[in-house]
Write a protein that binds this ligand. Structure first.
Ligand code: GLV
Ligand code: MN
Ligand code: MN
Ligand code: MN
Length: 396
């Protein structure tokens, strides 16, 4: 059996705590190698598509396959489970099925999607978005990380050809059904007293970059009345996010990243970039939250003599998972609960194209995207058994 323990040292972030594993960085590349070796040990044939997603085929590749898997990258200082649990459980489910003497009657593969969190290049689900055409190759290849390294450069450094990036009809035809197992990122299952559940829906969500530009100056020599400080306007944007997110039922608005330029203790910044993550039940509510925050940003910038721009960097409308597949998966598992989620997933991107389901494994605190993210080993084992049962049913 392969456990999360095998990869516990890879990308461990001693400064922030948790793990920092981002698309094509050293840690993520090491995890890709680990995955390739684990798949190889099981006799699965691994191929990398043009968008950097890894596919480990149990038997011959083909159209209409049963596909399971998740991602290996993390948010900065993320938990051990978000992503890797779905990959490890998929490999373990293959072991469980093999031990039962099962051979898939359909093409079958375990997938690892590239840069799901967008922790390096800023756009979440980059591998699945590129595959399905939800982002153009031109837009993706222009993305760069905080050191200015572009996606194209990072792919080249990883031995991949950026000229192959883009919509992949062949890969899409091969996905008959996709099932992603994931640690739950909330307390739904704990509250229901269930170990495992299925996903019902994903909130509409997106990311917006807010750039406030003022006047860089000296922290000691500049009188308070003479300042055009973009940080003061940025602070108002953070407060507006809290206000607007709280005012709309079910909405969430977060500023998790704020970068002053140049960023010195004794320097009034000349500009501040911050990123707004906004989510809600539907498009209209999400747009309303963002519109309110944008208006507050414009007012705060004007008050401070600053300029502001708000740019949408990525967006996806509400996802409702295929009801027939969801009900049949829940049925295979003896009627487990169906839950909505506020988190985005590659499964959410694929759901617009192919029947897609998600299994959630109980998370005792509901914490995720943080080092405290956790699932009990017994619950993870129950998740693997559930995944194996579902895959057996789908691939027989
Ligand atoms: C990804 O996990 C997200 O929901 O932001
Ligand atoms: Mn995540
Ligand atoms: Mn995830
Ligand atoms: Mn995610």
């Amino acid at each position: 059996m392969t456990g999360l323990g095998d990869i516990a040292a890879v990308g461990a972030d001693l400064r922030r705590g948790g793990f920092s594993r981002h698309g094509y960085d050293r840690a993520e590349l090491e995890l890709r190698e680990w995955f390739t070796a684990e798949a190889g040990r099981r006799g699965l044939d691994v191929e990398c598509d043009g968008n950097g997603n890894l596919w480990a085929w149990w038997g011959a590749p083909g159209d209409g396959a049963v596909i399971t898997g998740s991602h290996l990258d993390s948010v900065p200082g993320g938990g051990a489970f978000d992503g890797p649990l779905g990959v490890v459980s998929a490999l373990e489910a293959v072991d469980v099925l093999r031990a039962k003497g099962f051979t898939p009657g359909k093409p079958f593969a375990v997938v690892v999607f590239a840069e799901e969190e967008g922790g390096r290049f800023g756009v979440a689900c980059l591998g699945s978005r590129l595959l399905t055409g939800a982002i153009t190759p031109e837009a993706a290849l222009r993305l760069s990380d905080s050191d200015g390294v572009t996606l194209a450069e990072a792919m080249r450094a990883a031995g991949l050809d950026p000229a192959r990036v883009g919509p992949d009809q062949r890969a899409l035809r091969r996905i008959g059904t996709f099932v992603e197992l994931h640690v739950e990122q909330g307390r739904g299952l704990v509250d229901l007293g269930a170990l495992v559940g299925v996903a019902r829906s994903i909130l509409a969500h997106g990311r917006w970059r807010v750039t406030v530009t003022g006047e860089g100056n000296h922290a000691g020599a500049t009188l308070m009345v003479d300042r055009r400080d973009p940080m003061v306007a940025a602070a108002q944007v953070v407060l507006a996010a809290r206000r607007a997110g709280s005012a709309v039922e079910g909405a969430r608005a977060t500023v998790g990243r704020l970068v002053p330029n140049p960023g010195g203790t004794n320097v009034i910044p000349s500009s501040v970039d911050l990123w707004l993550d906004a989510r809600a039940d539907d498009d209209a509510r999400t747009r309303a939250v963002v519109a309110e925050i944008t208006a507050a940003a414009q007012a705060a910038a004007a008050d401070e003599g600053c300029a502001v721009t708000v740019t949408e960097e990525s967006y996806g409308d509400t996802v409702v998972f295929d009801a027939a597949l969801r009900d049949s998966v829940a049925g295979v598992l003896g009627g487990v609960p169906a839950l909505p989620t506020g988190a985005g997933h590659d499964a959410g991107i694929l759901a617009a194209h192919v029947p897609t389901a998600m299994l959630f494994v109980r998370n005792p605190t509901g914490i995720s995207h943080a080092p405290a993210e956790f699932a009990e080993p017994d619950d993870c084992a129950a998740g693997t058994r559930a995944l194996a049962d579902v895959l057996e049913e789908l691939a027989r």
